[in-house]
Design a protein around this ligand. Sequence first.
Ligand SMILES: NC(=O)c1ccc[n+]([C@@H]2O[C@H](COP(=O)([O-])OP(=O)(O)OC[C@H]3O[C@@H](n4cnc5c(N)ncnc54)[C@H](O)[C@@H]3O)[C@@H](O)[C@H]2O)c1
Ligand SMILES: [Zn+2]
Length: 353
Amino acid sequence: MRVLLTGGAGFIGSHITEALLARGDDVVVLDALLPSAHPVPHTPHPGVSWIHGDVRDTAAVSGALRGVDVVCHQAAMVGLGKDFADAPAYVGCNELGTATLLAAMAESPVRDLVLAGSMVVYGEGRYDCARHGRVTPGPRAESDLAAGAFEPRCPRCGDALAPGLVGEDAPTDPRNVYAAGKLAQEHLAAAWARATGGRAVSLRYHNVYGPGMPRDTPYAGVASFFRSSLARGEAPTVFEDGGQRRDFVHVRDIAAANVLAMTALTHREPGSFRAYNAGSGTPHTVGEMARALAEACDGPAPVVTGEYRLGDVRHITASSKRLRDELGWRPDIPFEAGVREFAHAPQRAVALN
Ligand SMILES: NC(=O)c1ccc[n+]([C@@H]2O[C@H](COP(=O)([O-])OP(=O)(O)OC[C@H]3O[C@@H](n4cnc5c(N)ncnc54)[C@H](O)[C@@H]3O)[C@@H](O)[C@H]2O)c1
Ligand SMILES: [Zn+2]
């Protein structure tokens, strides 16, 4: 395949690059090298056709699409940003950027798209009340969080809830600008597919971690914060009570899912869009991640601070059964082995490639 990989200089994109090159595919990387994601100069992988360009630039994207079979769209501004003033930058990179890319694809013969989705589209995960069955708790009140009442409660009776696994057909409920953009990207991809006879797949990644993960910036994931603290010899600080459930999935497993999805597109109906959750299937708490990393680094034990961020969800773990059943994806790297490797792997400032 000849693949246009947007965001290919990023954390996940670098691993997709490696996976594609290992198969003998041709890789065209288009990446704007956002300063937030690339605080130090980036050296492009020698095996790729490198384009330093922005997905919002029609001319750059149209040129990059020449001769391409499939687009793997990873470029995005990630994380929660610093405050709401960042909203236009997020919407520009993520929504306008995706629309510009899709418009250029519509003018080209390329009809296959794999999109980097996210489980943030679901908001709070799935919950069951012993009395009321499946319920959807709203955002947690600041007064509850300040009082250390972190668990969402049944919106009907106030009882404690049991968290479960979210399926792809669960209602979406994006809770911040980034999440709204990840959902908008999917809607745009679906609209493009219908309008052009294209075939699009979104992989809704869980918390991706592994070698090359960016250091602690306001844009990085929680595992990266812990890892960076430990690298400084400091204890990782854990928000809330550390009981937040997440699905930490290894970046090489996510790269493999992308390759699988790209190769599977030819079997799909023209005009179709399908979303797949992509997680390890084994939830862990944020506190468990901090402890496992601290042990693997032989560092100080985590400190649970009770701090919180408004808009954070308590538990979000999804079922990746659809991806396993329909595409035969099997994540390979268990949590323990992945964390041990991550504890000693370089982070992004020591670039992966
Ligand atoms: N890391 C995770 O846990 C996670 C979870 C869910 C979804 N995702 C999604 O996966 C994708 C890759 O994320 P990542 O963690 O590798 O982040 P990253 O910041 O390391 O990589 C993103 C890359 O996109 C590039 N980029 C951003 N805006 C661009 C633009 N307008 N034009 C061209 N390039 C641009 C950046 O320069 C960067 O190299 C993103 O779409 C993200 O939303 C990541
Ligand atoms: Zn109830």
